[in-house]
Design a binder for this molecule. Sequence first.
Ligand code: GLC
Length: 497
Amino acid sequence: MLTPNPTALKIHFIASEAEPFAKAGGLGDYAGSLPLALRELSANATNQQIDIRLTIPYHSSIEADNFSIKKICDLKIDTQERKSEGEAFLTTINGLPCYLISQNSPPYMNDSVYSTDAIMDGEKYIFFSLASLELLRKIQWKADIVHANDWHTAVAIYYLALTRNKNHLLKNTKTLQTIHNLPFMGEGTQPVLKKYNLPLLEDPDLPLWARQLPFALGLAKADEIVAVSPTYSQEIRTAAFGNGLEKFLEKRKEDISGILNGIDIKKWNPAQDQLIERCYTSENLQARKENKRAILSILSLSIDEDLPLLIMVSRLDRQKGIELILDGLHSLKELAWQAVLLGTGNTNLENACFALENDMPDRVRAVMRFDKKLAHQLFSAGDILMMPSLYEPCGTSQMIAMRYGCIPVATSVGGLKDSITNESDGTRTGFLFEKHTTKAFLNCLRRALGLFNRKKVWQNIQKRAMEEDFSWKRSAERYLKLYLGLHKQLKQPQYKK
Ligand code: GLC
């Protein structure tokens, strides 16, 4: 049993995925890192402790042998038919309590975190959202704040709002909804909402079509909304990025803020990275050349360390704007460069990457798989990271690349805009372009390649990029402030000197 701390701020943090249990994308890094960073802050605060607990689905890909997992209770959730049943388990990761919730019937905890079947995902995540609240009742843990992430857990916020008056335990619990990726709202899950007796929301501010989408329901009822970067928090209130919810979000603007995510600076540390050929800091950037030679040799590209090495490390998804890289490199024949594209996802995009390699076999390698080691090697060897996302709520690769002295060329959107400085006045840490067109991307890439040839200037850009603080600690401090603002009677923290 966990020993409760009656004066601690209690956060029930729910997400579809979290490292080290299960990860499909950036949300898995976020949910695996932020709760731990908040725990660490708490350990350093003199007057405000935080009892944060993470809850995720017990995906069948999670191997019990890797964690010491104990069953703590059964969970039963009402539906229009018979009850849906599951179980809750407990384990800890570096002291952080983590609950895993399984579902017995229907058995939809399929291997992958997400499926392509909306009903299956709806069943899995709507059950999970409701079960995560039932868990609190079972263990009688009176959370001060329920922090949900994306559409998968938004229904917990909606259900809490609907039932608050009858809920002794959680009647004063506040809710926070983080937006990682607004376009995915849980479309196609309407029959499941109905099955779990969740009514449509009669909110005149919400467009009709959105009143039965999990994400919109959570956003309508959350006390506080956080987007994963300040720029994205503004963009979602415009027609270009609001996905039809822009007017509704504009009305809620007082409750919306943006907090940039961090990266795991221990895992991503060029000074101590076991997966790269040679470790380095901003003081011995020359060492990167050895890493470049190693990777070019592994990939059978000609070894010329003075040629710029362009890299892409990305999920292959429409969001990532990969077609700009494909079209752009295809027409960038007049300059000398080499490129390595690493990623998996959409089959058409994978094939298009292979086609580029076929067209330019002496310059391009397409590695279409998830390869952690190769990702580390590429960041430690590449000169330029290409990241022409169509939209990017926060983005992780650009921050990792910068920490490794690999300079991003990226669209000026969302978290890319907030993490990359594109000024020519001695503060530059990367390159941004405005219009999402191949032409604009190429112009920007040419600008970067121009400066790459001015060795001293380039090294200064690398040094500045490597010195940026992208630690989770910084983000955790902002979340803690928000939590405490929501829970007004608690004091702002003071830290040990
Ligand atoms: C989503 C967004 C990405 C963000 C991540 C974590 O995957 O697309 O930009 O970094 O969530 O918040």
